[in-house]
Design a binder for this molecule. Sequence first.
Ligand code: R5P
Length: 284
Amino acid sequence: MKVLGGPASQLLGSRVAREIGCALAVVEFKKFPDGELYLRIAEELDGDTLIVQSTTTNDDIIYLLQLIDAASDGYLRAVIPYFGYARQDKRFKLGEPISARALARTINVDEAYVVNIHDPASLDHFQLRSGKKAANLSAAGLVGTYLKSMGLSSPLLIAPDEGATALVRDVAHAMGCEFDVLVKKRVTSEHVEIQPKTVDVDERDLVIVDDMISTGGTMAEAIRLLRGQGARQVHVACIHPVLSLNARLRLYGAGVDSIIATDTIEKAESSITVAPLIKQGAGL
Ligand code: R5P
């Protein structure tokens, strides 16, 4: 088997290849002057291929489709660690597409894996050529193990909204610590309100955990609230560090101590690799 690290997942693809002990194929790619994308697998494949490519941007989606087509002759597994558009998983307003479904239906492979997809119900939209079901791998255990190694004082995990509860519960379980849940109301795509809630944070180190940080609006509100209640340290952790626009400035401006994330999206904050999870989850 060969691993194809897509343009968006070069580090993680390399780590997965090393983790499972197989060759990493070199992929060449470029953008034409008109904006169209070109990609070429620069060596022969031996029939069994694992693609690793997150779809954070629209270009990443095109590259993924090109990789799938270029490698489609043999048995094909696709790992899409961050599956973009997963938050548009229903029609919130009349006339909207279910973007998660539209994209899932384009993934023409034998096995597909995602990591902490926004809502696992989206897995039902994949129509894999083997008839198998797409799988959601959870990095909660890896995040919990990493947070445990930080030596935090009387740690408490915080879910910034009810949607993050299951993830935070799993991270807390791996860490062996308590957690609490805040209640969030989204005002615009960049601004949220978090309902005031008194959390016992005295002399405690907090980690606010969510599936993703996009604009940082959710985390910034939660950081301010908890800082105001006297927490000793406030860190944020997420699976997917989208970190769009001025997210970092918003987080540090709100008083965060550090940002911790996995390499489903490759950013400076990606200190936890999900490569072992992919090896185990895909049974390789
Ligand atoms: C929303 O349901 C997600 O779980 C995240 O809470 C959200 O996407 C974070 O977005 P932002 O960083 O823009 O507040």
